[in-house]
Design a protein around this ligand. Sequence first.
Ligand SMILES: C[S@@+](CC[C@H](N)C(=O)[O-])C[C@H]1O[C@@H](n2cnc3c(N)ncnc32)[C@H](O)[C@@H]1O
Length: 221
Amino acid sequence: MTPQQLERMRREWDERARQNARHYVATGQEEWTDEEFFRSGERAVSEQILNDMTNICQGADPGKMKVLEIGCGAGRITQALAKVFGEVYAVDISGEMVAQARRALAHLANVHIDQNSGTDLAVLGDIQVDFAFSCIVFQHIPSREVIENYVREVHRLLRPGGLFKFQVQGDDSIETDPEDTWLGVPFSDAQAVEMAERCGFEPRHRHGAGDQYFWLWFFKK
Ligand SMILES: C[S@@+](CC[C@H](N)C(=O)[O-])C[C@H]1O[C@@H](n2cnc3c(N)ncnc32)[C@H](O)[C@@H]1O
């Protein structure tokens, strides 16, 4: 991905955030009240996190865990994560999204939200996290190289044995264009497995290959 493409990604997400952040974060509705928006985040956490605590916590007390969220948008899921886990570190490429998420979650002392480069987690230094999560973000990244770099970066920050649970675009019939910052590059099941292996993860569970919401459970070796 060229610096120009990366800059376009940031600029277009900033524009979407200025126009209607909540709609672009969760396209199911044009207008969201605060209550509806954050309730949809609670629902995502109850379906994807609370139902999966054995893989996520592995016996640890969630209240003592540090978690990472990549692509936090306007803080929809971040808020719900903060009610379950000890500390939440969230990053997003868009300064506008970060500003909105910070405003909405200012009352939560255990949430730390930063704008990042769009390709790595350098902004977090070398903190160690116990679990990493990303939902409806990589489906928008038009570069396999950028997604794989995030996987490597999560490997750098995650404790050994820890889980990175995330989604990619699994529908490999879709055509993508590196200039398009809405449609992300798809992964087949074999490509997801190869990426895990190249980055030091065991791709223990996978669900939804071929689908827009292809869930991956990568455990750090
Ligand atoms: C559809 S929104 C989803 C937000 C959040 N995950 C949720 O479900 O509420 C996608 C988010 O990913 C962010 N994003 C897009 N490309 C990114 C990148 N390369 N690095 C970090 N964040 C990115 C966008 O700014 C946007 O906030």
